[in-house]
Design a protein around this ligand. Structure first.
Ligand code: GLU
Length: 264
């Protein structure tokens, strides 16, 4: 009886010890660390834009742009080869989802860090500053947001501009688009009076098409940062991403990339 009692007690204690040990092991497990997973996989998976010149777009089927060069800098550091990247196309409306369902390791896609988004994902240090602006047809009488009263205004679904315009001008009729090209075509066809988004993104249209113009006023400060998952397994990745952002500032890479992509 006594023997049986002690056998049961010792078995229970051992079970608890094994369970705690297993949990601790799992928490520290190398498989769970995303940075180590990336290194053993041999390539980064990065969510980027494909319709946003000059940050992320396609040229002869290849991903190119300012954000793409940043991804390459990070791949060179982590994997010693700037081409060890699988690019996945993201839009403002799906990039947080793609990150959180683990379709991508990180997002480098003209993404503004905001308190709402910070509740869902983690952001690196910022690497670029843009500002919300308004693009209209060249002959348009619209000069500021106030002139958009009761007019149709195009935004990208899920963008900061979508939220901001509703706050700044509740009287406008906001129409959402999935891509910049869709919004641009709607503007050209007269279905909307303006597009509002980041100046650096809209500027491309004003520079390449004389029939549209960018209004001079900026309504926000958009700090672009790299997004990673909030989970503990992304912690070491975030750390190395931040080291890379700091290095890109200190070694002049960001300045020369801005020059390369005419972002000054
Ligand atoms: N930077 C803005 C945002 O994060 C909009 C630009 C975009 O990603 O298309 O919402």
């Amino acid at each position: 009886m006594n023997d049986k009692f002690w056998f049961i007690v010792i078995s229970i204690v051992l079970l608890i010890v094994y369970a705690v040990d297993y949990k601790l092991d799992k928490a520290n497990s190398i498989e769970e660390d995303l940075l180590k997973t990336i290194k053993s996989r041999g390539y980064l998976i990065v969510g980027v834009k494909t319709d946003t010149r000059p940050f992320g777009y396609l040229e002869n089927g290849k991903n190119v742009g300012f954000d793409i060069d940043i991804a390459k800098y990070i791949a060179k550091d982590i994997l010693h080869d700037q081409n060890k990247i699988k690019f996945v196309q993201v839009t403002p409306s799906n990039r947080l989802y793609f990150l959180n369902v683990e379709k991508v390791d990180m997002v480098i896609a003209t993404m503004t860090m905001s308190p709402e988004r910070s509740a869902i994902i983690s952001f690196s240090k910022p690497y670029f500053v843009a500002g919300q602006a308004v693009l209209v047809r060249a002959g348009s009488p619209i000069k500021t947001l106030a002139d958009l009263n009761d007019k149709n205004v195009g935004v990208l679904y899920g963008s900061t501009a979508e939220k901001n315009i509703r706050m700044l001008m509740p009287s406008v009729n906001v129409l959402g688009y999935k891509t910049y090209n869709d919004a641009y075509n709607a503007l050209k066809a007269g279905r909307i009076a303006a597009i509002t988004s980041d100046d650096t993104i809209l500027r491309h249209y004003a520079l390449t098409d004389g029939s549209v113009k960018l209004l001079p006023k900026r309504y926000t400060r958009e700090l672009y940062a790299i997004g990673v998952r909030k989970e503990p397994e992304s912690k070491s990745l975030l750390k190395i991403v931040n080291i890379n952002v700091t290095n890109m500032v200190n070694d002049g890479t960001l300045t020369s990339l801005k020059r390369k992509w005419k972002l000054n």
